[in-house]
Design a protein around this ligand. Structure first.
Ligand code: DGJ
Length: 731
């Protein structure tokens, strides 16, 4: 019996093959190809009308043709073809048990959904394929956009309900990416928690599924919505094939990485499916978040550089020319909630004296905000602390040639606030159930129109009445009791999507009305960093952990996915509150100068020598920031692999090369390993400029790119927590 089944299967498959080869001309019209950067992405419509992956990888010659794809045959009666065929967007039907892209419950109880090709439109960089259910008026526009410079594909889907009745979307993804069958894939991702974000992980991909996610209402730090996949045999940062995928969504999200029955790998991303439902009325269309995918044959380092370039050139506000980050001062670690006019003015004077360009007053300036038990929601100036409003401080900051920034946390409310006393129904809650507090605060239900409008108006008023160049937008807890009792039961779970949409809407509207405004996304550190929020904010706060040694790890993890151009890094006190570790001011500066520099120390405690060091370092930073924020980042030694950490940034024009080296501690007389630079022009001459630390005496003053890359350079670092920085200038 078993053999008979196999035989029938074989005949059926062969027959299918013959039929399709007889239709080559027609079939070839249904193969769609996108090329960008060094990447080719090809999909096609197979004989079953499914949208199927054909090729994703290194760019192929334009003359290369592709046959129309064929469904992958069932591996057995247990593994139907719907599961083994690399479908780009599959409904939950036809025996599908791998992660579906769309699952719907119809009002009559039917939950079967089988999507087949209906039509398409294609242009050079874009492809829209419309799929339709075999009997019901559910249409899905599967959308692709290829970034011409980097080859990064932007996937999304639009689900249209034309059935004449509402539907419940129970699961919806932006789409699925596929990697070809292989035995040795390795998944890179990050895990984390508050003050310990961006912890890089790598694990082989085996049979089964790994789900990375946030169920927290926002992006979260437990995982970040980003993955890279290479081969376990690739041990060099800059060599080997790498695929990556990353979501532009700041709500609860999910990326499932699944090895199927024939060892193909599927990467499905979109809103989190846990507790999910979206009530979509007839005539409405649900637009998914963007799910970006890319490929590099230059290892995880090359993949990061592609992502950085894409973010700077195509994604950030003002791309392709986002402004370089100004050097900022932030009051939080110096004054916490104890802000007042005189104290902030004194800090501002000191900050200006070392070359700071933006002064940011953090938490504590509003309502009854004397600690974290009260005030959130009441966004009016605390007149005990600022008797004449913010104007005198802002004027003072301007007179010192800095612009002014302010901290806000608009989606939150303390129960001890006028706002909560007036509108206790405005928070996420289930009727009659306790409201769990985090940091003594509750989450406003931004999905509600009245809350959305209130938050927008409050911020708009603040910006109209004060000359504010920058908002640090904070968010200090995750969701609990995600209820929305004010709407009909079937619509209550729409909160997961509508909250995030309204958050984006407020950011967008504020930027439209105040075009010079810059915004930082902060969530008690790095809990809201993703390609969705990066489209609407200018920088992010990667972690509340400001220990300059811990930062080497955090920054390495962060830059796998995100550009140093948005990675704020402050120089703070030593010993740090985090680990009670003592680090020199030079070390702290060099660690922070690998990102977008800020100062968060209590300047009242600084000595004259500290001010002198800071002034020199900030001036140096201004001369290299374009290279650090816009250039190509190479990770030469990872802090995860030993006592040393080395990064190198090469400016876009190749003229400046900045290298930072850090030593945790020397032992057994071993010198610092030799540093081999990357990304230089072999034949050009580069002149050495040692900014900090020592290099071996025999280091040449200038040498060819080939010398620096193949002979290498030796820094002379010995002791505990030492750092060096040198610049190569192309002659
Ligand atoms: C958390 C942020 O990450 C800190 O930098 C600071 O702004 C505090 N919130 C203020 O409450």
């Amino acid at each position: 019996m078993k053999y008979l089944t196999w035989f029938i299967l074989f005949i059926a498959t062969t027959a299918l093959g013959l039929q399709s080869s007889g239709e080559t001309a027609k079939a070839s019209q249904r193969v769609f190809r996108l090329d960008g950067g060094d990447v080719t992405y090809v999909v096609g419509i197979n004989d079953s009308g499914q949208l199927q992956m054909v090729y994703w990888g290194k760019r192929l010659p334009a003359t290369q043709e592709f046959a129309s794809p064929k469904p992958v045959p069932s591996a057995s009666s247990f593994d139907m073809s719907s599961n083994t065929t690399p479908q780009e967007f599959a409904g939950w039907g036809e025996g599908l048990y791998v992660e579906p892209d769309l699952k719907i419950t119809f009002p009559d109880g039917n939950r079967d959904l089988v999507l087949k090709y209906a039509s398409h439109t294609a242009s050079k960089d874009e492809l829209d394929v419309v799929m339709k259910d075999i009997s019901r008026e559910i249409y899905v526009k599967v959308r692709y956009h290829m970034d011409p410079a980097t080859g990064i594909v932007r996937r999304s889907a639009e689900v249209s309900n034309r059935t004449g009745a509402p539907i419940a979307i129970e699961q919806v993804a932006s789409g699925t990416y596929h990697l070809p069958r292989a035995n040795n894939y390795q998944l890179h991702y990050v895990t984390g928690r508050w003050a310990g974000e961006w912890d890089l992980q790598a694990q082989p991909i085996h049979g089964g599924k790994t789900v990375l996610e946030s169920r927290r209402g926002t992006t979260g730090s437990q995982n970040n919505p980003w993955v890279m996949i290479d081969h376990t045999t690739d041990h060099d940062q800059d060599q080997g094939d790498v695929w990556f995928a990353t979501l532009g969504w700041s709500g609860s999200w999910q990326i499932a990485i699944e090895q199927d029955a024939v060892k193909g790998v599927r990467i499905t991303g979109g809103p989190n499916t846990f507790d999910f439902s979206y009530y979509l009325k007839s005539g409405e269309t649900f637009q998914t978040p963007y799910f970006y995918g890319g490929f590099s044959d230059h290892g995880v380092g090359g993949a990061s550089r592609l992502l950085h370039r894409f973010e700077v050139d195509s994604l950030l506000p003002h791309a392709p020319h986002p402004k370089l980050r100004p050097v900022l001062y932030n009051s939080w670690e110096a004054t916490t909630f104890n802000v007042n006019e005189a104290g902030q003015m004194a800090l501002a004077e000191k900050a200006a004296s070392i070359g700071v360009e933006r002064f940011v007053m953090d938490d504590g300036w509003f309502g009854q905000r004397n600690d974290d038990h009260a005030g959130l929601g009441d966004w009016t100036v605390n007149t005990a602390k600022f008797p004449h409003g913010l104007k005198p401080l802002i004027d003072k900051v301007h007179s010192l040639n800095m612009d002014f920034g302010l901290w806000v946390e608009p989606e939150m409310v303390n129960p001890n606030s006028d706002l909560y006393r007036k509108h206790p129904d405005w928070v996420l809650n289930f009727k009659g159930r306790p409201r769990t507090e985090g940091r003594n605060q509750l989450v406003l239900n931004l999905a509600r129109k009245d809350v959305h409008d209130y938050v927008f108006q409050v911020l708009d008023k603040l910006l109209n009445e004060n000359d504010i160049a920058f908002l640090k937008w904070d968010y200090n807890r995750n969701w609990s009791e995600p209820g929305w009792p004010a709407v009909p039961i079937e619509e209550q779970k729409n909160v997961y999507v509508d909250f995030t949409r309204n958050y984006y809407d407020i950011l967008r509207k504020l930027r439209e009305k105040h075009p010079n405004l810059e915004i930082e996304s902060c969530s008690g550190g790095g809990s809201r960093v993703d390609l969705g929020v990066l489209h609407l904010t200018d920088e992010v706060w990667p972690s509340d952990n400001t220990d300059a040694y811990d930062r080497l790890f955090l920054q390495e993890g962060f830059t796998y996915a995100y550009t140093p151009a948005v990675m704020m890094a402050w120089v703070t006190e030593s010993p740090t509150w985090v680990n009670h570790r003592t680090l020199s001011l030079d070390y702290r500066f060099l660690s922070a100068m690998q990102g977008s520099l800020g100062i968060g120390a209590d300047l009242n405690k600084w000595t004259a020598e500290d001010f002198a060091i800071a002034k020199k370092m900030i001036a140096t930073y201004k001369s290299i920031r374009e290279t650090v924020q816009r250039g190509d980042l190479y990770r030469l030694m990872s802090p995860r692999e030993g006592e040393q950490s080395v990064t190198e940034s090469v400016s876009r024009d190749g003229k400046q090369v900045v290298t930072f080296a850090f030593l945790h501690s020397s032992s057994q007389l071993y010198p610092f390993p030799r540093i081999y630079l990357r990304g230089l022009d072999e034949d050009a001459t580069y002149k050495l400029n040692i900014v900090d630390g020592k290099m071996h005496e025999d280091t040449p003053q200038q040498a060819t790119g080939a010398y620096w890359m193949h002979h290498g350079a030796d820094v002379d670092l010995r002791g505990d927590f030492k750092a060096a920085m040198f610049i190569l200038d192309r002659q």
